[in-house]
Design a binder for this molecule. Structure first.
Ligand SMILES: Nc1ncnc2c1ncn2[C@@H]1O[C@H](COP(=O)(O)OP(=O)(O)OP(=O)(O)O)[C@@H](O)[C@H]1O
Length: 343
């Protein structure tokens, strides 16, 4: 089922939360709504679900206007961050719930319910937990069950609001890979809210970057990362060094370089900036090296971060005998320019 959002507007009091939003989600895609807290992601998701009414504009499912349609008739499945399972029911019964409460003429027979629930539990790889109760499961397992429950009624659209938000970093990482694989099997149109850019990049077919109620950019993870439409998108998707040009351009051009796009040279080279090593920090496989940059008449000084794989930095440190205070030159392999001020 495709989703089309047309000129959608929503305000709470004076705060505009959805500001003339237009968006097309093709059938079968897994789309992430990515943005900082308060950018309007959850509100947009709730409008898609029919849990919130827009002030103006419309939502279409497969070309059909569903703006006024009741939530129960939209055939959407939900998974929320804290969408608790029913504690007094077994896992099996939790997943079966949506099927059992269907009107009598649509309710599957008991044998069908059984086979469908077991099939879903296999899909989320937790069929061995069917007879347990929710409190006997880990947080990650509970969210997988919540997903199985949402899928049981064969929703046309699956809406997920920070589904892994309450889990620790390692489980989150596992579950987002798992969700990607699951979606490749099930192919239901899915919209996934997150404020974590890594999560969006890893899971989604396409990312919708939101900021202050507006859509800044829509694109594949590679498109938004490699060709950001605005300084906001560039900065939200990862660390970046900024240079405020002084005499480069009268209007004040800002140049952006990602830390891993800078190389460290022992000698001056064309386009390279002189800098002094101030400190290094190694976390896991990556080393972050902070440099103090000299003011060079073209632009202001300031700090610059360089990121290198740990082993690569070790070898370089030995080769160039780098220590705190060493003078080097930094050359950008790739830069992005935007006119005007930084976001
Ligand atoms: N029912 C409501 N009444 C009043 N203000 C609301 C309501 N729901 C949301 N808001 C406000 O609308 C803005 C957008 O909220 P929304 O939850 O859509 O953002 P978000 O991007 O999902 O943020 P988060 O990641 O923090 O959930 C916020 O400023 C929020 O305080």
């Amino acid at each position: 089922m495709s989703i089309e959002v047309r000129n959608l507007q929503k305000a709470f009091g004076l705060t505009v939360v959805c500001d003339h939003l237009n968006l097309d989600i093709p059938s079968g895609e897994l789309v992430a709504l990515l943005g900082p807290s308060g950018s309007g992601k959850t509100t947009l998701l709730r409008i898609l679900a029919g849990l919130e009414m827009p002030d103006a504009g419309s939502v279409h499912f497969n070309g059909e206007d569903t703006t006024g349609t009741d939530v129960r008739e939209r055939h959407v499945g939900f998974v929320f961050q804290h969408y608790a399972l029913f504690n007094h029911m077994t896992i099996f019964e939790n997943v079966a719930f949506g099927l059992r409460v269907k009107p009598k003429d649509q309710r599957p027979k008991e044998a069908e319910i059984k086979s469908k629930v077991m099939q879903l539990l296999k899909l989320v790889q937790l069929d061995w937990l069917a007879e347990r109760y929710p409190h006997q499961l880990s947080g990650g397992q509970r969210q997988r069950i919540a997903l199985a429950r949402a899928l049981a009624v064969e929703p046309k659209v699956l809406l997920l609001d920070e589904p892994f938000g309450a889990l620790d970093a390692k489980v989150r990482k596992e579950l987002r890979r798992w969700l990607r694989r699951l979606h490749d099997e099930v192919h239901v149109t899915s919209v996934f809210v997150t404020h974590d850019q890594e999560e969006a990049m890893e899971v989604a077919d396409r990312i919708v970057v939101m900021n202050e109620g507006r859509i800044e950019q829509v694109g594949t993870p590679d498109e938004v990362y490699d060709h950001p439409a605005s300084p906001f998108v560039l900065q939200f998707l990862g660390d970046v060094n900024l240079f405020h040009g002084r005499s480069v351009h009268a209007s004040g051009e800002v140049v952006y370089v990602r830390p891993h796009e800078l190389e460290i040279l022992a000698e001056p080279a064309e386009g390279a900036w002189p800098a002094t090593l101030s400190q290094t920090l190694t976390v896991g496989a990556q080393t972050r090296i902070e440099f103090q940059r000299e003011s060079d008449g073209m632009s202001e000084g300031g700090y610059l971060d360089v990121e290198l794989p740990r082993a690569e930095f070790s070898a370089l440190r030995e080769r160039l005998t780098l220590t705190r205070g060493s003078k080097v030159w930094l050359r950008a392999r790739r830069i992005t320019r935007f006119e005007g001020h930084a976001a």
